[in-house]
Design a protein around this ligand. Structure first.
Ligand code: ADP
Ligand code: 5GP
Length: 188
């Protein structure tokens, strides 16, 4: 049987990666969708694990070649996109694929795959808390944090377009809610 798709979107710093990492360890046959990006690797990120890291020129060439299911210039000059061949290969192998994509990309993937996909929005308690979390994570320069915060208001306006909204105030509760929604969807 082909796999299903779980789409996670939220403003940066909401806790998506933390919740996704928790779900990956729950025996749900879930595999992370590896996106392509033109931003530089940060921390311990490796090519082909967290992302396929491409130069902006290479990214543009692949757009022109029609290789993306969807792509967005999420921040200025920083492209992110889902490679069609990569997703189809994982689904055809029976893997359930989990996506961490921006809100526009999330809605586009949901529209394309319909009932085969569950879209989940992770909502932070407030924009101030987002700033605290991004500062606490310590992986981004101050101006990058500000560009992420500046985008958050726009992204929060997309919550109602998602199948499920989970407020991540208490992490354990948010993880339990996500687990329940996703195991239910995968069993249906
Ligand atoms: P995202 O993937 O959405 O950008 P992360 O998962 O990297 O966000 O989380 C951002 C930071 O906030 C991390 O340092 C993470 O440990 C922390 N965090 C996640 N959830 C919570 C929570 N409920 N309460 C406090 N801190 C949290
Ligand atoms: P980060 O730089 O923190 O890894 O990711 C920044 C943003 O890009 C996040 O909102 C993340 O969800 C989004 N993103 C990552 N991969 C993709 C993708 O393939 N497509 C789209 N549209 N957004 C993505």
């Amino acid at each position: 049987m082909p796999g299903k798709l779980i789409i996670f979107s939220a403003p940066s710093g909401s806790g998506k990666s933390t919740i996704i990492n928790y779900l990956l360890g729950q025996g749900l046959n879930l595999y992370f969708s590896i996106s392509a990006t033109s931003r530089a690797p940060r921390g311990s990120e490796r090519n082909g694990v967290e992302y396929f890291f491409l130069s902006p020129e290479e990214f543009r060439q692949r757009i022109a070649a029609g290789e993306f299911l969807e792509y967005e210039e999420v921040y200025k000059d920083r492209f992110y996109g889902t490679l069609k061949a990569q997703v189809e290969k994982q689904l055809s192998e029976g893997q359930n694929v989990i996506f961490d994509v921006d809100v526009v990309g999330g809605c586009n993937i949901k529209r394309f795959y319909g009932d085969r996909a569950l879209s989940v929005f992770i909502q932070p308690p407030s924009v101030e808390e987002l700033r605290r979390r991004l500062n606490g994570r310590g992986t981004d320069a101050p101006e990058v944090i500000e560009s992420r915060i500046a985008k958050a208001e726009f992204e929060l306006g997309y919550a109602s377009k998602f199948d499920v909204v989970i407020v991540n105030d208490d992490l354990q509760r948010a993880e339990a809610e996500a687990l329940q929604a996703i195991s239910g969807f995968l069993k249906a």
